[in-house]
Design a protein around this ligand. Structure first.
Ligand code: PSV
Ligand code: MN
Ligand code: MN
Length: 424
């Protein structure tokens, strides 16, 4: 299904007067509104192929119907999001949840929807049918070399799938670790993991990046072998210049200062990928910006500042992806909300008066520094984000469009009320 462009135009026409009034008000406040709009237009966030169905917990899953039944339908769903917001122009695949059997066909289909292939994700945290060895006690850290080799081979296979699709990065998230004290020799687990990652790294094409994603806990609850940014940075540094740390917002211990972590990783040139979500307790994978919007702003503030300091392009020099799960919401509505939250927060971070902030810092003027940040955070930038969407052919209000056109009902009609997408 492709969205009818004339329906989007009609929607925009209906909302345009109200939009222009709000846009003119905020545009007058912004220094270089054209430059800001262009940055918003350029910014794209990848959607993971596993986030298009309802997520579950170990207590259950409650699918709402019309979920994509295969990779083609997942691409179609992301195409729909992208047609509405023009900011979701990439898809990230998890192997073997979504195997592109016919890469040429899948690539062409994605291109029809204006989508590129973002990072490829490997999976050595679940056992697959027919697999020779179990990952129960880890994969790349495993005491048995044959298990480690199986995990290495899988990652190399994932790179091959990615090459066929035009992807240029591999994200490795390992659930390796231990559940009880004494279970692991920490140093051996680290060394085995490093050696395994080195094997994968040596199969990485020259123009590819490898992202090492860390996570403090779950599914292991005593130790995790890539448990924090220190460990990830150690691996990435030892691996070489194509290896980077990936920050997933939900993967920290409570109250971690993620904005400081981001600043230092950028300073070291070792921040490569970013997974957006929000959380109250752990790796909750909730809608971006739904729980701690000010924290998200502070993180974006460091991202913009740090990337500018290194001359990095905001839109392309980091791998941006949403990594959220939807237990009670329509996944597509939730993803629209997440993308909107990202764009709003990015726009607010672009509004920070960096010259004045630097002056305040040099003068130890704590109050002014806080005022500058909060001034940007408290600015209603929604009309700026909508204007960027309008210019690139999207809908002024994607969520309202989605509801007015009863898109979920159409999907249920075609795919059935019992369809279940693959993923966690
Ligand atoms: C692990 O919690 C994680 O954040 C990794 O990125 C996985 O690939 C993804 O979630 C699976 O949902
Ligand atoms: Mn993640
Ligand atoms: Mn996670």
């Amino acid at each position: 299904m492709q969205l009818d462009k004339s329906a989007i135009e009609a929607h925009n026409e209906y909302l345009i007067k109200d939009h222009e009034r709000r846009f003119n008000y905020i545009a007058a406040e912004v220094q270089d509104v054209e430059a800001l709009l262009q940055k918003l237009i350029d910014f794209q966030v990848a959607i993971p192929s596993w986030a298009l169905g309802t997520g579950g917990t170990r207590f259950g899953r409650f699918p709402g119907g019309g979920e994509p039944r295969n990779l083609e339908e997942k691409i179609e769903d992301i195409g729909l999001l992208h047609a509405l917001n023009n900011s979701s122009g990439a898809i990230s695949l998890h192997i073997p949840w979504d195997i592109p059997e016919n890469a040429t066909h899948i690539k062409a289909l994605a291109a029809q929807h204006g989508l590129q292939f973002d990072a490829m994700n490997s999976n050595t945290f679940q056992d697959q049918p027919g697999q020779a060895f179990s990952y129960k006690y880890g994969s790349m850290q495993h005491v048995n070399k044959a298990v480690r080799q199986q995990a290495i081979d899988h990652n190399i296979e994932v790179i091959k799938y990615g090459l066929d699709l035009g992807s240029t990065s591999l994200t490795v998230w390992l659930s390796d670790g231990s559940c009880f004290p004494g279970q692991l020799n920490f140093r051996n687990a680290f060394q085995n993991t490093l050696e395994s990652l080195q094997q994968v790294y040596s199969a990485l094409p020259d123009d590819w990046k490898m992202f090492v994603e860390y996570k403090a806990f779950e599914p292991n609850f005593y130790s995790t072998t890539v448990g924090d940014w220190g460990q990830s940075l150690l691996y990435a540094s030892k691996l070489g210049s194509k290896a980077y740390t990936l920050v997933d917002l939900g993967h920290h211990l409570p109250n971690a200062n993620i904005e400081q972590i981001v600043a230092l990783l950028l300073m070291e040139g070792k921040l490569g990928g970013f997974h957006f979500n929000d959380s109250k307790y752990g790796d909750d994978d909730l809608t971006v910006g739904s729980i701690k919007p000010y924290q998200l702003f502070l993180i974006f503030n460091e991202l913009v500042e740090g990337m500018d300091a290194r001359g990095m392009k905001h839109a392309t020099d980091l791998g941006w992806m949403i990594d959220a799960s939807h237990n009670v919401k329509d996944p597509l509505e939730d993803l629209l909300q997440s993308v909107e939250a990202i764009m709003i927060t990015y726009a607010q971070a672009l509004l920070v008066d960096r010259k004045k902030l630097a002056e305040a810092q040099l003068n130890n003027d704590v109050v002014t520094a806080q005022e500058i940040l909060q001034q940007a955070f408290r600015t209603d930038v929604r009309a700026l984000v909508a204007a960027a969407r309008l210019r690139s052919g999207g809908a002024l209000n994607p969520l309202a469009f989605y509801r007015q056109h009863d898109i979920r009902a159409g999907l249920i009609n075609r795919r059935g009320s019992k369809s279940m997408a693959t993923g966690l």
